[in-house]
Design a protein around this ligand. Structure first.
Ligand SMILES: [Zn+2]
Length: 492
């Protein structure tokens, strides 16, 4: 009964805090008009209405039946976001609620905002639930593997191209503030129900929002008000530390600011964080050292497949200075023996870092992951990028999230790995030829049955991901690489 759905949806709108009971008739009529219904029966709303997304589906189905919208995905998304806008107070009100909860407890503020973003279907909980997720134990701890079935991945060339292309369209990009309330179009996401929390970071205006396709709990994005390219500077470290001071229950990191080693969006300055503990957070220090200029900062090399320096201090200004110093030294550091060069012959800079900040009791902690985006004849996609023999699993950039031990693998692997399993069981299959070498080595090393084949393949995918991270590490885990890492440490 669509009248019941409208009544219940209206109750949720009022409960969201953007409307009052006095607005009920007005809201019902607005929804009625939007979905193209002409009749309405006044019904008592349910005390505990169904989930907002379920009600939304019914409203969208009615709109389709009434031929208000067609059945393309973007039409449904645009229409859905417009309906969910009723369940979302205006930005100023959401910001006021956030500030009010924040005064009590920062966790209450983020809980409020995250719940709002899930209830109004801005965070695509249902699409995220389609992802295949499993842990794999390794000597570096429990790596997390996600086969991403909620959103397509971009390849590094596309990402590099986007950095250099000026986009004249409105909104300039998907991370711009001007997305708040934006209707969307066939090739651009619907954002009528999107809200941004304003944040002041050392005199500059930034926005705080959640990621619609979260890869982990409370996956959030902090973005600059200005549409400007990603750039790691001293301020990056200052801002990351400031954000975790404001939200101490979140970690906050930045993607590197160069192609190949950066994230998927280099054209808009932003950071990513959230409420999740990654394998890298738990990885121990395996070699401690001190920084002469920063006596109150403890430093060490982390036991991790990539090259990570971990700093800790109570004073965040001192920590930011130490982190920036390491970045500045790395930016110009070369080690011919290890194929590490800061510049190529044309003078282009190849070194940067992926920094991650978190709060541990009274201490601020900063992990600095050393990155190098050089290419060579042998490794045209990147010397410190997944090498050819593992690209059948992952060839995309190793960005912030992967760096920390969470693999985001492309959707093609869902069906491809099913074919690999069939091949391993010697059943009829359509396994892609580029998986054959890997599959044959699995076959040689395991006694495979129908019962264990899925588990074995998952474990082996985890091993490949571990290799991917080792490929991305500038100082390898062998004796020669670790000696090189210490030579770099000696320059600090
Ligand atoms: Zn932008």
């Amino acid at each position: 009964m669509i009248s019941q759905t409208i009544s219940d949806f209206t109750s949720l709108a009022i409960a969201s805090g953007g409307w009052m009971e006095m607005d009920r008739v007005y809201l019902q009529n607005r929804i009625l008009g939007l979905i193209g219904e002409t009749e309405f029966e006044e019904l008592e709303p349910h005390q505990s209405p169904e989930e907002s997304t379920k009600l939304l589906d019914e409203l969208i189905a009615t709109a389709q039946k009434n031929q208000v919208i067609g059945d393309s995905l973007s039409e449904k998304e645009i229409f859905g976001a417009q309906l969910m806008d009723f369940l979302t107070p205006p930005p100023s009100v959401v910001n006021a609620f956030f500030a009010q909860f924040y005064a009590e407890d920062p966790k209450k503020a983020t809980d409020y905002f995250y719940d709002l973003c899930k209830t109004n279907d801005y965070v695509k909980t249902r699409a995220i639930a389609k992802n295949i997720v499993f842990p794999v134990e390794t000597e570096y701890g429990s790596l997390e593997i996600t086969i991403n079935l909620s959103k397509p991945e971009k390849d590094p060339k596309q990402i590099a191209m986007e950095k250099n292309t000026e986009q004249l369209d409105y909104p300039k990009c998907q991370l711009c503030m001007e997305n708040e309330g934006y209707k969307g179009r066939s090739n651009f996401p619907a954002r009528t129900n999107h809200r941004i929390i304003r944040m002041n970071l050392d005199g500059e205006s930034w926005g705080f929002q959640y990621s619609p396709y979260a890869y982990y709990n409370e996956h959030c994005i902090v973005l600059s008000e200005e549409h400007r390219p990603m750039e790691i500077t001293k301020q990056t470290f200052d801002r990351l530390l400031k954000i975790i001071e404001v939200l101490p229950h979140y970690f906050m990191g930045s993607n590197a600011d160069l192609p190949i080693v950066g994230g998927s969006i280099l054209s808009h300055d932003h950071y990513q964080g959230g409420r999740h503990t990654f394998a890298m957070d738990k990885a121990p220090i395996e070699f401690s050292f001190s920084l002469e200029k920063f006596p109150n900062v403890t430093a060490g090399i982390v036991k991790w497949p990539m090259s990570v320096i971990r700093l800790q201090a109570k004073n965040k200004e001192e920590l930011a200075r130490a982190a920036h110093e390491i970045f500045a030294k790395w930016a110009v550091y070369s080690d011919e023996q290890l194929d590490i060069s800061a510049y190529s012959q044309d003078g282009i800079l190849h070194h940067t870092v992926t920094p991650i900040a978190r709060k541990k009791d009274d201490f601020f902690e900063m992990d600095i992951v050393l990155r190098d985006n050089n290419v060579s004849k042998e490794h045209p996609d990147g010397i410190f990028h997944p090498h050819k023999d593992v690209q059948h699993i992952k060839k995309e950039n190793i960005g912030l999230i992967e760096v920390m031990g969470l693999a985001i693998l492309p959707p093609r692997l869902k069906t491809e790995l099913e074919e690999v399993e069939k091949y391993l069981l010697e059943e009829e299959n359509e396994m892609a030829s580029y998986h054959k070498e890997w599959a044959d080595s699995i076959k040689m090393n395991h006694r495979l049955t129908k019962e264990n084949v899925n588990e074995v393949v998952q474990k082996e995918v985890g091993q490949v991901f571990k290799r991917v991270l080792e490929d991305a590490g500038v100082f390898k885990r062998d004796e020669q690489g670790q000696a090189g890492f210490k030579r770099f440490i000696d320059t600090l």
